[in-house]
Every structure is written in structure tokens, then in C-alpha cells.
Design a protein around this ligand. Structure first.
Ligand code: SAM
Length: 252
């Protein structure tokens, strides 16, 4: 066994019940490719290989990649690459992974924005999972929540205690299931997310203060647009839903 490397977030899952539940949540169609991110010692991989689907695994650690090649041979398409920018399939696929904590968010963001992704089942830090599935007005609600909502519906499948891993991480983890969907926006996702990003610049400030000066809009222009979009002029970004930001984008 190799020594777990902290820099790559190597906390290996040791909970059999969780392995079964996470893999069962993938629910692939027969021709979906399954992309596993960060297979590590291969605990999820072994279970995935019982499925008839083509399995691709992306592992950054060359030592673990070599071990996985020996363990699974040709059955597994193993790529020793960085999942932050590695090529993803250009045919329908489902992603799965107990994501490394330091790059969990960028990997989640690129996968759900990818047009070929049909579902993603990701283990994240519980705190990040809570941000992904937060409700307006709650503490974890913010840019990440709305980014995810612009691409997918999200639900939490289970929460895991640090003792489910070796070595135990400092924080709890949770598994989220993300199903890409069209949110039916009037403006482009990029435009709406650009506005959302500016709206959360200073979380405790009122929306009008965060947007004054953004893209050279005056306070009066922002207030008028908020009025036309039916948004309370004293509102803070954290109370608004994706549809509110969409209407405001159309007005600004
Ligand atoms: N899937 C295994 C499990 O559940 O036991 C390992 C999970 S461990 C939390 C994260 C895995 O992702 C490690 O194997 C680590 O080497 C790998 N990893 C870290 N950063 C990565 C990256 N940027 N691209 C691909 N794999 C990465």
C-alpha cells in the first residue's frame, strides 16, 4: 500500500455500504460511458466494473495509476491526468467520484457545465455540498448554489462521518447527485452568472450597492431595473432566486 498523499486529498473510502449506495446512484443507460474522477485505490472502480458500461478513470497520482493498471488491467481505461482540465468524453457520460477536497468545486463546475454529462454523483466536503443544495436566505446560499442551479438539479444522497475514510479527514463529507437540465432562462447562463457574481461581491451589502458601478451602471439605473424586474429595492442577493437574477439581467 502507498502512503496517502495529503496534497492530492487522498482519504480513501472504507465504508462498504456507502460504496454500494454511491455506485447505485449512477443509474447509467446502457450506452453511457462512466467517468470516475480520482479512483485512488479503486474501491468504487471495482464496483463500477461489474456494470456492462465502458469505464474511464482519471487519476492524477502516477503511483496509484500504475497500481490500478496492475489491479484492473484492460477492463479499465485509466488516464493519469488532472481532472481539472483532462479531456472528457464527447459522447453521453455519467461522472462519479469521491472528489479531492482542494479541487472539488472546479471539477464539479466543469462537469455539470459539460453538454455530454447526463448525471454526476460526487462526494464533497459537507460544507460544499450544503452550498450546492442551499435554499435562498440560508447561510450557505450563494454563487455556487446558483451556478449549480443554472445547470442542474441537485440533491444530497448521504452524509459521511470522517471515520468512513482512511486517513479520516478533518471534516464531514456528503454525496450529491446532480442532474443536468435546462433552467429555461431568458438570457444566456454566462450573462446571468456574471450578474450573480457581481451581486455577491460583498455578501452583506444590499444588491443595489453591489451593482452600482458594475458595468458602469449608475445607482438609478440599477434601482429602475430592479423595480422593472419586480425585486424589492432593499433586497440582498442572498434572498433572491435564479429566476429573479434572470429577470434583472434582462432589465439591466
Ligand atoms: N475514489 C477513492 C476512494 O473513494 O477511496 C479515492 C478518493 S480520494 C478522496 C481523491 C482521489 O483523487 C485520490 O486518489 C487523488 O490522488 C485523486 N486526485 C486528486 N487530485 C486530482 C486531480 N486533480 N485529478 C484527478 N485525480 C485527482
Amino acid at each position: 500500500m502507498t502512503r496517502p498523499k495529503k496534497k492530492w486529498g487522498q482519504n480513501f473510502l472504507r465504508n462498504r455500504g456507502a460504496v454500494e449506495k454511491i455506485v447505485a446512484a449512477v443509474e447509467p443507460a446502457p450506452d453511457d460511458v462512466i467517468v470516475e474522477i480520482g479512483p485512488g485505490e479503486g474501491v468504487l472502480t471495482a464496483k463500477l466494473l461489474e456494470l456492462p458500461n465502458r469505464i474511464v478513470a482519471i487519476e492524477i497520482d502516477p503511483e496509484l495509476a500504475a497500481r490500478l493498471r496492475t489491479k484492473f488491467g484492460d477492463k479499465l481505461e485509466l488516464r493519469n491526468e488532472d481532472a481539472v482540465d483532462a479531456p472528457l468524453p464527447d459522447t453521453p457520460y455519467r461522472a462519479i467520484g469521491n472528489l479531492p477536497y482542494n479541487v472539488g468545486t472546479p471539477i464539479l463546475r466543469r462537469v455539470i457545465a459539460d453538454p455530454h454529462c447526463r448525471r454526476a454523483v460526487f462526494m464533497l466536503q459537507k460544507e460544499v455540498a450544503d452550498r450546492v443544495s442551499a435554499k435562498p436566505g440560508s447561510d450557505p446560499y450563494g454563487f455556487l448554489t446558483l451556478y449549480v442551479e443554472a445547470y442542474a438539479s441537485a440533491r444530497q444522497l448521504m452524509t459521511l462521518d470522517p471515520r468512513s475514510f482512511h486517513p479520516p479527514p478533518k471534516v464531514r463529507s456528503a454525496v450529491v447527485v446532480l442532474d443536468p437540465r435546462d433552467p429555461g432562462l431568458q438570457s444566456s447562463r454566462e450573462q446571468v452568472l456574471d450578474l450573480i457574481s457581481a451581486s455577491f461581491r460583498m455578501r452583506r451589502k444590499k444588491l443595489v450597492n453591489n451593482l452600482t458601478g458594475w458595468r458602469e451602471h449608475t445607482r438609478e439605473q440599477v434601482l429602475e431595473a430592479m423595480g422593472r424586474a419586480g425585486i424589492d429595492l432593499d433586497a440582498r442577493a442572498e434572498t433572491l432566486a435564479l429566476a429573479d437574477f434572470d429577470r434583472l439581467t434582462a432589465q439591466l
